[in-house]
Design a protein around this ligand. Sequence first.
Ligand code: TRP
Ligand code: CA
Ligand code: ZN
Length: 321
Amino acid sequence: MRLSLSGRSAAAAVIAATALLTTSAISTAATGSPGTAAPQRAAAAPDIPVANVKAHLSQFQSIASANGGNRAHGTAGYKASLDYVKGKLDAAGFTTTVQQFTSSGRTGYNLIADWPGGDANQVIFAGAHLDSVSRGAGINDNASGSAAVLETALAVSREKYKPTKHLRFAWWGAEELGLVGSTYHVRNLPAAERSKIKGYLNFDMIGSPNPGYFVYDDDPTIERTFKAYYSGLNIGTEPEREGDGRSDHAPFKNAGVPVGGVFTGASNTKSAAQAQKWGGTAGQAFDRCYHASCDSSSNINNTALDRNSDAVAYAVWGLSS
Ligand code: TRP
Ligand code: CA
Ligand code: ZN
């Protein structure tokens, strides 16, 4: 698989769009040297190496295989997934918090990671659910979003990024039981903390094997950001319509937080027009293994995973600089 090639060309194609996004978002903080009046251009988002994202997917698959084939809420596979992500973030300099809750008589966990610095009154927050259904390993749903958000956080550390806004990341528990972990988190946020969150970005199923390129049409600024990334790749997107409110952005949206995200499709069928536009197979589900035991290592389109991992970084950088 020539993963690095597609990663590189995606990055090159995005340069134009990055420049467009940052011209109007001149940053004088963080990078400005003392005594210099000249405004600094915001840092460009890095290319997220898809090979690193794939390495996380393979760890999640191994964790599932060693724990009865899944990473569901209340299981050892879920806890091992959380420990894996937390270990990487702690080593990279994040401040991590494990938030416990109970659902269906079992203990669940959210993992929250704060990147030290930035304006504490303006938080940009990206998250993904870390639990699978009990039928399988949940590699597209949702090791894909979990791995892309993790690798973006690790890139923040590698790049020693000093954003204007404060960055926060989360991996939610018990999404598959009805958005339980994210709902618990939002309910337990004091109103003053909630209002500091200037954007919540959600990544749930971003490497579907027969992918579509869907952008949540919630907050217009966030939607524009993802669309700008995709126009840089010359790819047309469509608004996400496969069940509004079916993932962890919903509790944030209901609490008045601006939300957005990208999605490559679940059990809906790809139309002929969509196959024309995006490639893949018309008349077939975006993810034939949705919530099935075959949602394992091979249930990923590497190009979609690469593009959307880069989209996570593009939005995190663009909205926080
Ligand atoms: N959240 C669903 C799951 O985990 C999948 C899903 C359906 C979804 N519709 C969506 C995710 C729209 C994001 C956006 O099973
Ligand atoms: Ca990439
Ligand atoms: Zn699911």
